[in-house]
Design a protein around this ligand. Structure first.
Ligand code: 1GP
Length: 245
């Protein structure tokens, strides 16, 4: 089964949780331990990647260790063409739709495509939209961020993603954001655009996770919470609220 099919099957039955692990932040053994904790707490899939410091070495070692420790699909979310490797189960092949640096709109993807083809990696096409505050990823990509109250603009971006033919869309407030993507924005996107919706950035409490799920998020991503050493109980509470169980 493809990773895309795994995701589509899961979200048919409710919201999924994805754990984001940045290979640049810890050795692979530690990443494997973190992923194991996340799996025990109920996470469904592991995203690996980050906005900077991703190399073929740290990415492949982390992907391999995480897969061995959990058996969960390991998907690249944010990397560089030369970090691509065979340990990945799939790549979220994304266009940062509101970036203004063309490397993140087209040229990076053009560089990555032949490498992905050569490695035989599964591609899941994704429109990625950065919402205020946007954090590091907004700076790196020089994004024209969607403000928290610009609901119509957010819907227009989601509509454009649908018309481009992306498999999936991701609305991102940025890793470590002090405010997640607002539930009203999530609700409006899901009202007008029929595409699987990933939400991430700044979700660290069960309340925020439940609000995103109730508003219609299909996949909720958390990263910082784990890096900052949240307890297993705290992680479990956030994942349960994200999945509604
Ligand atoms: C970042 O959406 C992810 O790309 C996760 O954000 O680190 O704030 O959980 P956090």
């Amino acid at each position: 089964m493809t990773v895309k099919q795994y995701m589509l099957d899961k979200i048919k039955n409710g919201t999924m949780h994805a754990a984001l692990i940045d290979p640049d932040k810890q050795p692979a053994e530690k990443a494997a331990e973190m992923a194991k904790t996340m799996k025990e707490a109920g996470t469904d899939i592991i995203f690996v990647g980050g906005s900077s410091g991703i190399t073929k070495e740290n990415l492949s070692a982390t992907a391999k260790a995480v897969k061995e420790a959990t058996g969960l699909p390991v998907v690249l979310f944010g990397g560089t063409p030369d970090s691509l490797n065979k340990e990945l189960d799939a790549v979220l092949f994304m266009q940062i739709v509101n970036a203004t640096d063309p490397v993140f709109i087209t040229f990076g993807q053009v560089a990555a495509a032949p490498i992905m083809a050569k490695l035989g990696l599964e591609s899941i096409s994704m429109g990625y939209v950065i919402v205020e505050p946007g954090m590091t990823v907004a700076k790196v990509t020089k994004a024209k961020v969607v403000k928290q109250d610009e609901i119509e603009t957010a819907v227009a971006y989601a509509m454009a993603c649908k018309m481009f033919g992306f498999d999936i869309i991701y609305f991102e407030a940025g890793s470590g954001a002090d405010r997640p993507v607002p539930p009203a924005m999530i609700k409006a996107i899901k009202t007008y655009v029929d595409l699987p919706l990933i939400i991430g950035g700044g979700i660290r409490t069960p309340e925020a996770a439940a609000a995103a799920r109730e508003a219609g998020a299909d996949i909720i991503v958390t990263g910082t919470m784990l890096e900052k050493g949240a307890s297993v109980e705290e992680i479990k509470a956030v994942i349960s609220a994200a999945k509604g169980n």
